[in-house]
Design a protein around this ligand. Structure first.
Ligand SMILES: *Cc1c(COP(=O)(O)O)cnc(C)c1O
Length: 379
């Protein structure tokens, strides 16, 4: 049995340190917006090469609060990818704005920067790129387009903490960056958690107030906010785990290298794009997922199930075809690259402790399934 992701190993290998940290929060008694959240905000801001950070309830709330703080609302349009988790467009919809989709680059699975220009209208306020699977988007192109049209950039870094592009960390390119500490993310806590990062002092002030019911002074409320604070307990766990994040991300990258080698000779498998070419060079992915493409995904899925190997389909239905966005009026065929990715993508087991022997087993299963599909017989 090889899981897609194994969260217990991280805890067990740092158990004493994490347990001690949790006990100390229980004992100091300051459970909401205490010293641990403040300290973690400083650490994460530094880590992400940003000036400010605000600890919030989830990655979804970080996105929601970023758009609220930017004053984006009804009548405004936000450009994003149809191939992402629903939280991305949920945040856009919750502020009353309209998501405008731009298709992905099939090689990177990320928004295709060359197609953004054509989607810009007089109502466009922001671009919301998602660094999917831990791979940075082409930020040079996106920053250039945004600057030309006076647009904000809100980066969805939920899957990409620690990833960098041209040597700079994701989250530091745009107006704001949004992180998730959902347990299975590269830096995960023991529940929900998220963070907003920015270099803009005014935006920082606004989000800091919005997360605490819209008031700077207790029981004095200047604006309609949310109850969206990162817990002290989660913050102390994250403080312990942050020290190991670079090590864990490096281990993910080594595991990705091994998969690349193991699967190199399988013609029916497209491994994640690696080769530097054009403007997709110099991206440092943190491999939140290792996602391959296969044409006959169903047969690979049943072989993986039979072999006891975990896998994920991120995501089976692109957002423009989701019921929640039916009112946008998109049809099948509107974003063909995203639709093809949704049919063909499959994420293999990926976590820092994944062993070469486990990967060998995964690769053998993939190899057999793909060979059987090619020869036309069910495995
Ligand atoms: C996980 C995720 C989110 C939301 O994060 P939560 O902390 O679960 O709310 C947003 N966008 C993407 C791309 C994600 O993967």
């Amino acid at each position: 049995m090889i899981p897609l992701c194994d969260l217990s190993q991280q805890y067990l290998s740092h158990k004493d340190e994490i347990d001690q940290a949790m006990i100390s929060v229980a004992q100091h008694g300051q459970y909401i917006l205490g010293p641990n959240v403040a300290a973690l905000e400083r650490e994460i801001a530094d880590y992400c090469q940003c000036k400010y950070a605000v600890g919030v309830n989830s990655g979804t709330d970080a996105l929601h609060l970023a758009l609220m703080a930017l004053g984006i609302g009804p009548g405004d349009e936000v450009i994003t990818t149809p191939f992402t988790f629903v939280a991305t467009t949920e945040a856009i919809g919750l502020v009353g704005a309209t998501p405008v989709f731009v298709d992905i680059n099939p090689l990177t699975f990320n928004i295709d920067p060359d197609l953004i220009e054509a989607a810009i209208t007089s109502r466009t306020r922001a671009i919301l790129p998602v660094h999917l699977y831990g791979r940075p988007c082409d930020m040079e192109a996106i920053v250039g387009t945004a600057a030309c049209h006076g647009l904000e950039i809100v980066e969805d870094c939920a899957q990409a903490i620690g990833a960098s592009y041209h040597g700079r960390k994701v989250g530091s390119f745009g107006t704001a960056g949004c992180l998730s500490f959902f347990p299975s993310k590269n830096l995960g806590c023991f529940g929900d958690g998220g963070m907003f990062v920015t270099n803009d002092p005014q935006l920082y002030e606004r989000v800091e107030i919005l997360r605490r019911h819209g008031g700077k002074v207790k029981y004095h409320h200047s604006t309609l906010g949310l109850n969206s604070r990162l817990d002290e307990l989660q913050a102390t766990i994250l403080h312990v785990k942050l020290k190991y994040l670079d090590e864990w991300n490096a281990a993910r990258r080594r595991a990705a290298d091994r998969y690349d080698e193991l699967l190199a000779n399988d013609d029916g498998v497209k491994t994640p794009m690696r080769v530097a070419s054009g403007h997709i060079d110099d991206t440092w992915s943190v491999y939140h997922q290792y996602t391959i493409r296969v044409s006959d995904r169903a047969s690979l899925e049943s072989d993986l199930v039979a072999a006891g190997i975990g896998y994920g389909i991120y995501y089976p239905v692109p957002l423009h075809l989701q019921e929640v966005h039916r009112s946008l009026g998109h049809r099948e065929g509107a974003f063909p690259a995203a639709e093809a990715a949704a049919r063909q993508c499959l994420s293999l087991p990926m976590f820092p402790e994944l062993t070469p022997a486990q990967q060998q087993q995964v690769a053998e299963c993939v190899h057999q399934a793909v060979a059987a599909a090619a020869s036309g017989c069910a495995a």
